[in-house]
Design a protein around this ligand. Sequence first.
Ligand SMILES: Cc1cc2nc3c(=O)[nH]c(=O)nc-3n(C[C@H](O)[C@H](O)[C@H](O)COP(=O)(O)OP(=O)(O)OC[C@H]3O[C@@H](n4cnc5c(N)ncnc54)[C@H](O)[C@@H]3O)c2cc1C
Ligand SMILES: *[C@@H]1O[C@H](CO)[C@@H](O)[C@H](O)[C@H]1NC(C)=O
Ligand SMILES: *[C@@H]1O[C@H](CO)[C@@H](O)[C@H](O)[C@H]1NC(C)=O
Ligand SMILES: *[C@@H]1O[C@H](CO)[C@@H](O)[C@H](O)[C@H]1NC(C)=O
Length: 499
Amino acid sequence: MSTLLRPPALHGFLSLRLLGTATTRTLPVEQPATVTCRGHDPCDPSEAVLLTFEDPQAFKVKSAWELVRALTVFRFCSYPVLVNNCGKLMSVARGLLGRRGFSLFVRPTVYAQFVAGETEGEISTSMEKMSSLGLRPMLAVPIEEDLGESTGFVDRERRYDDNLASMLECVRISHSSAWSPDPMMQLKVTALVSPELCVKLTSLMKKEQYDLDLLVRAMSGEPISFPGLLESENTHFLLGLRRLDQIAQASIDKVRVLVDAEYTYMNPALSLITMAMMKKFNQQSSWIWNTYQCYLKDSRSLLLEAIHLSEEHSFCLGVKLVRGAYMDKERQLANKEGRMDPIHQSWEDTNDSYNGSLDVMLNRISQNPGRYQIIVATHNEESVRHAVTRLGALGLQRDEGSVCFGQLLGMCDHVSLTLAQQGFSVYKSVPYGSVDDTLPYLLRRAQENRTVLQGIRKERDLLRHELKRRIRERVSGGRWREREREGEREREERRERGG
Ligand SMILES: Cc1cc2nc3c(=O)[nH]c(=O)nc-3n(C[C@H](O)[C@H](O)[C@H](O)COP(=O)(O)OP(=O)(O)OC[C@H]3O[C@@H](n4cnc5c(N)ncnc54)[C@H](O)[C@@H]3O)c2cc1C
Ligand SMILES: *[C@@H]1O[C@H](CO)[C@@H](O)[C@H](O)[C@H]1NC(C)=O
Ligand SMILES: *[C@@H]1O[C@H](CO)[C@@H](O)[C@H](O)[C@H]1NC(C)=O
Ligand SMILES: *[C@@H]1O[C@H](CO)[C@@H](O)[C@H](O)[C@H]1NC(C)=O
């Protein structure tokens, strides 16, 4: 048992295929060479488009403890009662156990499954492991704020300046150790500009158009006075834009910064700010990217508008295409305020929307690969397969750089690893930070909708398969040693009889 639970220290440094052979070599019975090469072999191009995502090989690199942990966490995520109340459950647990106790409980389980760690050492270990598997880590500091979460007015700028320091640190870590040939990181605007201001800007934008050039000038330090804002709001906005400018300055030519999309009541402001950053920094290449959430009814028109804007202002457009993570809350809010639901009626509609936007972008890229880039950020195997098929049809190369894929740490590793094995660029979003800072992120992961859970159900089967395989291997290995010893005894007896 102790050997079963031993973390395979060496495994992280071996490629999947190497590992396959390494494992078979430790087997008692010689395996035929074909075993390590079964499934979709990357050396066979005719198999490339099949992408069945069924190879439990993907999990060979996980320690037994990691397998058990993943199984347990996903098991818990499959109970709707637990998932739907996990916010409440967590705050009750935190109240009962206290901060330290709660952290002791969350850290080795949910936190370890979805978050890389807190210290640079922990993050590096996680990134190194990933990069040895051919996956590219994409760091994300999950500092975020929703309405009403900001504390005192006086401390506010200092807090946002602290966040700025964390983001600059993230830029540094992202490009310092060459974990990935073309590093990317994620950024949430609400970590640097207050959500209250973003909401106000969003409502102002319904009445008046904000000029991108005005924001660009403000970013460069001009004391612009924006229409509709109070003086204090204007000051805060200018400071926020300066902070974003600093991050962009630090990352240009080094790290691509992917700005996250959040709630619909502030997304227009976030997009406005992101577009201004694009206008300033994306003249040669997409260093700043924006996110489009396909679960929104107007996601297609938002994307087309962005394409139009990028042509008009001649900047490169980088797009992170996701389905969207805030569905439950968006719907509740729309319901409460008697607004029309901004989210598509059904998952099928969201799926069509994702497919449509994906095709729009891929067509653009095939016409003009230098100006457009996309990260297909989804765990959905159908969407991934669709993207791969379209790439082939449009004659786009896998490693050319204008199309890459993204999944979250701890989710659907079988999708990520299969894609990487096939030679695609795959980024794994790696959030890091303290338990407290990452809690909203963790809650969203637990609430990830049932369709994602279907993907996870398959991951669960693959995990279980791998765990069983290892146990069988141990048991038969034990039997083999038993037989070996018996054989030894017999030989000795024969020798004694003979001698
Ligand atoms: C690299 C990366 C970056 C990300 N960045 C962001 C970001 O900036 N902003 C953000 O919001 N999310 C972001 N996400 C999270 C992403 O939105 C979720 O992981 C994603 O929605 C899960 O969908 P899927 O395509 O993986 O899976 P699927 O299983 O195909 O789809 C599940 C999704 O479909 C939608 N859906 C489910 N049921 C319904 C329904 N009844 N009606 C309508 N729609 C439905 C929901 O969006 C749900 O999350 C990011 C994810 C990755 C991997
Ligand atoms: C989802 O969209 C893809 C195209 O991207 C399509 O092939 C698939 O059939 C759709 N799935 C469902 C269930 O509608
Ligand atoms: C995907 O979207 C495109 C464009 O909207 C459409 O032509 C195509 O039929 C869709 N494909 C699938 C499989 O739904
Ligand atoms: C998934 O979405 C439905 C609404 O479509 C919601 O009721 C449910 O709580 C969500 N989460 C899970 C885990 O099913």
